[in-house]
Design a protein around this ligand. Structure first.
Ligand SMILES: Cc1cc2nc3c(=O)[nH]c(=O)nc-3n(C[C@H](O)[C@H](O)[C@H](O)COP(=O)(O)OP(=O)(O)OC[C@H]3O[C@@H](n4cnc5c(N)ncnc54)[C@H](O)[C@@H]3O)c2cc1C
Ligand SMILES: *[C@@H]1O[C@H](CO)[C@@H](O)[C@H](O)[C@H]1NC(C)=O
Ligand SMILES: *[C@@H]1O[C@H](CO)[C@@H](O)[C@H](O)[C@H]1NC(C)=O
Ligand SMILES: *[C@@H]1O[C@H](CO)[C@@H](O)[C@H](O)[C@H]1NC(C)=O
Ligand SMILES: *[C@@H]1O[C@H](CO)[C@@H](O)[C@H](O)[C@H]1NC(C)=O
Length: 444
């Protein structure tokens, strides 16, 4: 399996998925001298930038505020890179206000304790809706309730996700080490006698072989191996509204505002587009599909998988989601939420959720030659500058100490209804995409 020159180092690596996890891994492999003889291939079902990939969007929040200290540590390292040498032109440090009301306040105070343990610069505790309004420059009276608490960290920011991904892709392409293949993986090649993976079969029946296959297909990963009770795809809503240059000039200086109680957030606008979205429990899209690890097409499993505007170009966010985004905008910027200014675009973006929000970065417990790097759980993007290096550490059996017991393949599968979640999600639960779509259209 290993190349003769460097023991333990695979002579070929195949990465499935050119999203944040896959591309960052390819980059880290290119830069790491131990892999200088390793052939690296990245295969993705879509041309780059993947139109419906979770890593491609106008913006992603970059923050070190986590209720779990290891993520605060790693995000702090990543953020230093965003500020300095990792696509800094795509990073905007305008602050992030995290607010909550009710049970989510626990997550807010735990995050605050973590960031406070690291440093006490530029954070402002917000004790009331009036405080929040002033600090965030909101115009609304926030009629949704009083007694909201939160804090704002002026050293958090957001990144143009698509811009940063393009930046990284170009960097990787320039190194001339990675073969990029545009094709859809149909199946991972498993030898069931030896429980060994030797690569993948594409939908056109061609095979790509490798010593080590890294599955980084984001929310689609569950279509290629059985991740029941470990990862599930949840659809999150995003709505966009065009705004004028003058409005953008004002709003782009305001912090991002994330209300953890209902999960709604607004990232400052850029390129004439304002985005309102929901970090929530999301929609599930249960489908019965052939068991990915079985050669018997009659053996099926039921799992939640993404359904996007690539599958259905007319796809819009269900009314329920559009309405929540709208209500949030009305609460915070009523002057923008007038009837004459509808959202002109909406999309559903898929999280790869795990039971507790921890990533899944691990060898497959059963199949040799298969490594899994996914489970972004709605917070993976900020780690783009560093996650590939961490993934290589895990591949080499050097999982960072504070992530041991978090990133490994879980010991048991837990039914999804028993998942505890990461504590940061608000808003409606148990929504099924097809049902919400049916309500929106009056038909299925
Ligand atoms: C709406 C939304 C908001 C978010 N906000 C934030 C935020 O503010 N801050 C933050 O840090 N994180 C955020 N995240 C999370 C972050 O974006 C993700 O954790 C991260 O982008 C996941 O990257 P990935 O590589 O796992 O998945 P993806 O980027 O989806 O990449 C997977 C790739 O695999 C490819 N693929 C799938 N199936 C196949 C196949 N069969 N064959 C070949 N290729 C295949 C896909 O085409 C895709 O390009 C957000 C996510 C969403 C959806
Ligand atoms: C705010 O975020 C920065 C990272 O950008 C972090 O270093 C700092 O500790 C945070 N501030 C506080 C008061 O927690
Ligand atoms: C956040 O959401 C809660 C619950 O819906 C609400 O009471 C509160 O007013 C909201 N705060 C802001 C700033 O939107
Ligand atoms: C299948 O697709 C791959 C990637 O585009 C290509 O290299 C290969 O030649 C194709 N095989 C067939 C049989 O068409
Ligand atoms: C799958 O089911 C069909 C219909 O029941 C049957 O004809 C076929 O032989 C089965 N295939 C396998 C591989 O078992």
């Amino acid at each position: 399996m290993a190349s003769s020159s460097s023991p333990g180092i695979p002579s070929s690596v195949l990465i499935i998925g050119s999203g944040a996890f896959g591309l960052s891994t390819a980059w880290a492999l290119c830069k790491n001298p131990r892999y200088k003889r390793t052939a690296i291939t990245v295969v993705d079902r879509q041309p780059f930038p993947t139109p419906d990939g979770s890593s491609i969007d106008t913006s992603r929040i970059i923050r070190p505020d986590y209720a779990a200290a290891p993520y605060t540590r790693l995000a702090t390292i990543a953020q230093k890179r965003w500020r300095t040498d990792f696509a800094p032109e795509h990073y905007h440090e305008v602050g992030l206000a995290v607010t909550a009301w009710g049970p989510e306040q626990k997550y807010v105070s735990a995050s605050l304790a973590n960031v406070n343990a690291i440093g006490t610069d530029k954070t402002e505790v917000l004790h009331s809706p009036a405080d929040i309004r002033r600090a965030c420059g909101l115009e609304g009276k926030d009629e949704w309730g009083s007694g909201s608490t939160g804090y704002i960290n002026w050293s958090s920011g957001w990144a143009n996700a698509e811009g940063a991904m393009m930046w990284l892709r170009e960097k990787v392409e320039k190194l001339n080490r990675v073969k990029f293949v545009e094709a859809s993986v149909e199946k991972i090649l498993i030898d069931h006698k030896t429980n060994t993976v030797s690569g993948v079969r594409l939908t056109n029946s061609s095979e790509l072989k490798a010593d080590l296959t890294i599955l980084a297909a984001g929310a689609w990963s569950a279509s290629l191996i059985d991740l029941r009770g470990i990862c599930k795809a949840t659809g999150q809503v995003l709505c966009y509204m065009p705004i004028s240059k003058e409005e953008e000039a004002v709003l782009s200086k305001q912090p991002t505002i994330l209300n953890l109680s209902h999960g709604l957030f607004m990232i400052p606008p850029s390129a004439g587009l304002l985005k309102v979205a929901r970090h929530g429990h999301g929609y599930i899209n249960p489908l019965t599909v052939p068991h990915p690890e079985s050669e018997d097409p009659n053996e099926t499993i039921t799992i939640s998988l993404p359904y996007t505007h690539v599958d259905d170009p007319s796809q819009r966010v269900p009314n329920e989601g559009q309405k929540e985004c709208r209500d949030f905008l009305t609460a915070i910027y009523p002057s923008l939420a007038t009837p004459s200014r509808p959202f002109t675009k909406s999309k559903i973006c898929w999280y790869t959720d795990t039971r507790d929000g921890d990533f899944l970065i691990s060898y497959h417990p059963k199949y040799k030659g298969l490594f899994v790097a996914t489970g972004g759980s709605g917070h993976g993007f900020k780690f783009l500058p560093v996650i590939g290096d961490s993934i290589i550490e895990c591949i080499e059996g050097q999982t960072p100490e504070d992530f041991q017991g978090r990133w490994e393949w879980p010991k048991e599968r837990i039914p999804e209804e028993q998942w505890s979640g990461d504590g940061s999600r608000g808003g409606p639960v148990d929504m099924v995409l097809a049902e919400e779509m049916a309500k929106s259209r009056g038909r299925l």
